[in-house]
Design a protein around this ligand. Sequence first.
Ligand SMILES: Cc1cc2nc3c(=O)[nH]c(=O)nc-3n(C[C@H](O)[C@H](O)[C@H](O)COP(=O)(O)OP(=O)(O)OC[C@H]3O[C@@H](n4cnc5c(N)ncnc54)[C@H](O)[C@@H]3O)c2cc1C
Ligand code: FES
Ligand code: FES
Length: 490
Amino acid sequence: MRDTLLFLLGDEQVEIACCDPTLTVLDWLRLDQRMTGSKEGCAEGDCGACTVVVGRLDQGRLRYEAINACIRFLPTLDGCQLLTVEHLKGKDGALHPVQQAMVDCHGSQCGFCTPGFVMSLFSLWLNEDAPSVSRIEDALAGNLCRCTGYEPIIAAAQRMCRLGERERFSPDREVIAARLRDLADAQTLTLHGPGGTFNAPATVAALADLMTAHPTATLVAGATDVGLWVTKGMRRLDPVIYLGRIEALRLIEDRGDHLRIGAMATHADVRPALAALSPQLDELMRRFGGEQVRNAGTIGGNIANGSPIGDLPPALIALGSRLVLRLGDQSRIIPLEDFFIDYRKQDRREGEFVEAVVVPKTAPDALFHVSKISKRFDEDISAVCGAFLLRVGEDGRIAEARLAYGGMAATPKRAAAAEAALIGRAWDEAAVAAAIAALPGDFTPLSDMRASAGYRLTIAGNLLRRFLIETMQPGVETRVAGLLAEAAHG
Ligand SMILES: Cc1cc2nc3c(=O)[nH]c(=O)nc-3n(C[C@H](O)[C@H](O)[C@H](O)COP(=O)(O)OP(=O)(O)OC[C@H]3O[C@@H](n4cnc5c(N)ncnc54)[C@H](O)[C@@H]3O)c2cc1C
Ligand code: FES
Ligand code: FES
């Protein structure tokens, strides 16, 4: 066991022996270190003013990612490098190309959002040489600005890549990677603070033991949900068990006819794996939160939190996914849909954790569609999410139908009556009409701030119509089809 938190703040090694388990990175920076460059706007991961860049080893290689410091707990940085806007200037005081480009393009007016934009751009600059405008827009979707209208910021993003001087301003990756390797170990980190205890095992076996010893502990993965329990719900969490040091839980394995995705795989990592199954899934993941949320949030957290409006469960249920749950040294595998019992009530036993998700690859003759309807296009959770998988037999009749929805019930749920209405029919307008007529038998949705019950039912049916149009009218211009054409033309 190790009882000291170790990480790099810029080039400096930090060692902390006493720390609350849920002290946020932003509070530590601003209140403790007096590094006030990173700002607090919303304290819930939505505005990006607090964006920082974290370097971490990923299977031995150094990887830099933008994350939201406001909802990230400081002890989760163990073994990482933290870079803030204060670290960008050169030793001679010269502005970093990202900062210079923001000045040149007038990318800042009131300036409150600016450090966050600069850090999101810095992450992009570190990782990509010549991002397209749509890639820049994606990278900035998690940053809000009320003054500049975004155009100058996008112009700055293009300009920063032309300013050269990459070597002068880039961290020395080999040196940093070596230093992070020196910090890494296979021991469980156990950190005490006045507010409770933070545990971070480094192996699945150590996690299983810890969960058996503390069956009611709060598990923390990317903290993009749990962080808000603290910053908005003012909850105290004790003890905390953090999953992020366990490399095995981050693995995404292609096992022939299925993918096995470890619970700690982030949305950023899951996206290419799912995109290979369907461009529909690529688009779903592109719109999942903003870049900072996708870099931190995990597939396991999205499932385990049991939200009725999580984006991945409907898609994974339609694909016929199964969940691997682990208690001690025993694993069990259940259909994902059976995990969701009632509102925020999941089939997870005390001490059990989600280990992985098994996602079957779609058969070549299967038709698949997923659509997310949200109030804001980017960085917003669904009002309704519909995911559909159909197989039409050689006789031209629908042989298998899996229709799953989020936002229509207390849990992500299959539409059994609508599925039954489709079986045995040709896949055509009459079939869609029959399925739509059956939907009220499946769902009695709620009205809330995201959508009214009537809107939800109408949309649920209209998404089936969209599915039909996309699958049965070759060359039709829908958003995903349009994106595919764009990608094909470079
Ligand atoms: C700004 C913002 C935008 C967002 N946008 C979206 C969106 O577009 N779509 C969407 O679906 N969600 C969205 N979310 C919600 C959130 O990002 C996702 O639900 C995310 O997948 C949660 O994963 P996490 O790793 O951060 O989980 P955490 O917050 O760490 O944990 C969530 C829950 O799961 C439990 N848990 C985590 N891992 C495990 C495990 N392996 N076994 C058992 N229990 C576990 C935790 O104890 C907790 O109860 C958004 C959140 C924010 C802040
Ligand atoms: S303060 Fe708004 S995302 Fe962190
Ligand atoms: S410059 Fe004012 S909020 Fe962006």
